[in-house]
Design a protein around this ligand. Structure first.
Ligand SMILES: Cc1cc2nc3c(=O)[nH]c(=O)nc-3n(C[C@H](O)[C@H](O)[C@H](O)COP(=O)(O)OP(=O)(O)OC[C@H]3O[C@@H](n4cnc5c(N)ncnc54)[C@H](O)[C@@H]3O)c2cc1C
Length: 416
């Protein structure tokens, strides 16, 4: 089934009887060449690119719940490539380029919307830092524009510019950034992978990794043992749990991050805005809800639900930035489990166990990375060499001291 304008019109005129399921529901086979553990955005993108770009035919994705039930369907949907460090910026710009062609590549409407992002500046020091970041972005081929106070006011007149504590002095804008429909991204990759022969197996939790003589043999699951030459783990907030099955202790903590959506409002915010004096980011969905979030909850947890003090903290950030938000009613809130690495940057690497590979440590920012993460992980799984844009994301960098500390915050997950 191919999606097109013609197909939509045809189905509208014939009672919508021609739509089929987006993917098969196969029984697990006895063995595969490559098993990807985790049917989130990164696992599904990995399987898609393994089949499409690297010609891998015998691939399965094992998901303990349903496809897209994790963070891929829980995030605030912001995509951007406004990073500073050489280890990060080329990777996120590669991701941005993949986003720009994603819907054509998957023939699926993932609602990629390049509505831009503006990071607000509140101090002179912050202006210097953002100018430096903007220059680094441009050097890596990304777009960046420094706005002065009036430039921001012309675009976002409803912000509180004269807040005595947090005056707005300008902003760093990336016009090509924006949002995408998060679960639509998972569905697009899932459908594309399935069409290329990947088995997507839901309700199949990996409960053990079978390792013999230092090499992976396959995975124990709630649906029995499944053999594999290679196993790629992409389970986000569950990374520590799954890798402990191989006796590994990761430089990762799991924390809850919450997201919030207001009642539907008339079009108001036509870009993504981040508050530079606290942790608050906001956009408006196509249905009209204000979609926003803030900090992680601040204690380790594997529960996909949040606490009340952080809701208060996020609301304070919103009120400081745009006081009129106080009149909007909060409709929904939920939590996701974040795999917070100790330097705020991810890991895409082999492990000491032969045939076992890890994709983890995405912190707050793994949604925007989904296409590049999938591509780079597929590259690694297929060729055993890191993709050129992900070469710095080594697991042993924490032992070697080669950290990629984007924010200069040290080993403090709550500050990344
Ligand atoms: C509230 C919130 C807001 C966010 N906002 C943004 C944002 O605006 N921009 C951005 O870039 N990023 C954002 N993120 C981060 C982003 O969503 C994540 O970094 C990213 O989705 C993680 O990768 P994933 O999609 O593969 O994870 P997931 O979707 O969580 O996929 C992991 C999958 O592994 C499965 N799994 C776990 N254990 C097992 C097992 N033993 N066996 C089989 N399957 C298993 C899980 O069920 C899950 O489906 C946000 C996250 C949250 C929670």
């Amino acid at each position: 089934m191919k999606f097109s304008g013609f197909k939509v019109v045809k189905e509208a005129l014939t009672g919508h009887r021609g739509w089929g399921p987006l993917w098969r529901d196969p029984e697990p086979q006895a063995a595969y060449d490559i098993i990807v553990v985790g049917g989130g955005g990164h696992g599904l993108a990995t399987a898609f690119y393994l089949a499409k770009e690297f010609g891998q035919a015998r691939v399965a994705v094992l998901e303990k719940g349903w496809l897209g039930s994790g963070n891929i369907g829980r995030n605030t949907t912001i995509i951007r490539s406004n990073y500073l460090l050489p280890g990060n910026e080329p990777f996120y710009e590669f991701s941005m380029k993949l986003w720009e062609n994603l819907e054509q590549e998957t023939n699926f409407n993932s609602m990629v919307s390049q509505r831009g992002i503006i990071n607000l500046i509140h101090t002179d020091a912050q202006r210097d830092a953002y100018r430096r970041r903007g220059n680094a972005m441009r050097l890596a081929g990304a777009d960046a524009e420094l706005l002065d106070r009036e430039g921001v006011r012309a675009r976002l007149p409803y912000l509180n510019f004269d807040n005595a504590r947090f005056p707005i002095k300008g902003g760093l804008m990336q016009a090509r950034a924006g949002t995408a429909r998060h679960d639509g991204v998972a569905w697009g990759y899932a459908r594309g992978a399935d069409q290329r022969g990947v088995d997507l197996i839901q309700n199949c939790e990996v409960t053990g990794l079978r390792i013999e003589n230092g090499a992976v043999q396959g995975v124990e699951t709630t649906r029995g043992f499944i053999g594999a030459k290679k196993v790629g783990v992409a389970v986000a907030g569950s990374s520590s749990r799954v890798m402990s099955m191989a006796g590994m202790r990761l430089p990762i903590e799991s924390h809850v991050l919450q997201a919030f959506v207001s009642e539907g409002l008339k079009p108001l915010i036509d870009t993504v805005i981040t508050f530079g004096a606290g942790h608050f980011y906001i956009s408006q969905s196509d249905k009209g809800g204000l979609v926003f979030g803030g900090d992680i909850d601040g204690y380790n947890s594997y529960a996909q639900r949040g606490n009340l003090p952080v809701i208060e903290d996020v609301a304070e950030g919103g009120m400081a930035l745009m006081p009129m938000i106080g009149r909007a009613r909060l409709l929904r809130a939920w939590g996701g489990v974040m795999d917070m690495s100790m330097d705020g940057s991810p890991i895409i690497d082999r492990t000491p166990v032969e045939g076992l590979y890890l994709n983890a440590g995405w912190c707050y920012g793994g949604f925007k990375a989904t296409p590049a993460s999938g591509y780079a992980f597929a590259h690694l799984l297929a060729t055993d060499r890191p993709h050129e844009t992900a070469a710095a994301y080594r697991l042993d960098r924490f032992a070697r001291g080669h950290l990629i500390d984007e924010k200069g915050a040290g080993a403090q997950p709550n500050l990344h």
